[in-house]
Design a protein around this ligand. Structure first.
Ligand code: BEZ
Length: 235
């Protein structure tokens, strides 16, 4: 277990495989999600306030993520019956920030042995030996980890940011661009840095209307919001 606790997958690596019991039945990860983007995220414990606010928010946005070909999978080290009871309580009793009657239909993994949490570096002993931190793994349709974000126990995640990450990663793949600080669809995107003196010169001398170079290594171009969303988001 000690070795598992400190295992930390990295961006660009294949997502560690596992079989798990969830609130939606058994899953084989990541093979069951082949062809989709997936956000695998952990939370510290059922029946806790920050986690409840997060689950209500994420469940309310699930359709939006699904439309961008992204599925959600949660995990905590609680057992299946605790998960079921907590999700029932959320649906039946909790009204929060205008959200009510919220049904969590994405799978929530039970991981009492912490085997899966260990594989994904979700147990961080400086924070807690018995609870997972708030980890987020964004995994692409080929099962490769593309983004990792960790938050401590006390800090609820920003789910608009997670949606932005999903759209930005797909935009980078589809249009062979990078996305600058605070990018949102419709903002200018970054074209790959010139790889030769010739291209650097061409870029600086170009009069192309949709491209702007701040210097030879830093050029942006327009990329229309609708062009992105028509490609990435199902209507
Ligand atoms: C919460 O979700 O509220 C929480 C869980 C574990 C530690 C602290 C807060």
């Amino acid at each position: 277990m000690e070795q598992n606790v400190f295992s930390m997958p990295r961006i660009g690596e294949a997502a560690p495989e596992f079989k798990a019991v969830t609130t939606q039945g058994e899953i084989n990860f990541p093979s069951d999600y082949s062809g989709s983007w997936v956000i695998l995220f952990s939370h510290p414990a059922d029946f806790t306030p920050v986690c409840t606010s997060e689950f209500m928010t994420f469940a309310s946005m699930e359709k939006q993520f699904n439309a961008a070909n992204c599925k959600l999978v949660g995990l905590s080290v609680d057992g299946l019956y605790s998960h079921i009871a907590w999700l029932r309580t959320i649906k039946e009793k909790i009204e929060y920030k205008g959200m009510k009657n919220v049904e969590v239909t994405f799978p929530l993994i039970e991981d009492i042995t912490m085997e899966i949490a260990g594989k994904y570096g979700m147990i961080q002993p400086g924070e807690s030996n018995t609870k997972a931190v708030r980890a987020v793994f964004v995994i692409d349709p080929k099962g490769i980890i593309r983004t990792i974000i960790y938050y401590p126990l006390s800090l609820g995640r920003n789910f608009d940011e997670l949606y932005r990450v999903i759209i930005a990663l797909q935009t980078a793949d589809e249009f062979s661009v990078a996305t600058p600080a605070d990018w949102r669809p419709g903002d200018e995107v970054i074209v790959p840095t010139a790889g030769s003196c010739g291209v650097a010169k061409e870029r600086m001398e170009s009069k192309a209307e949709d491209t702007k170079c701040y210097d030879w290594f830093f050029c942006t171009r327009k990329l229309d919001k609708d062009t992105i969303l028509n490609k990435i988001v199902k209507k």
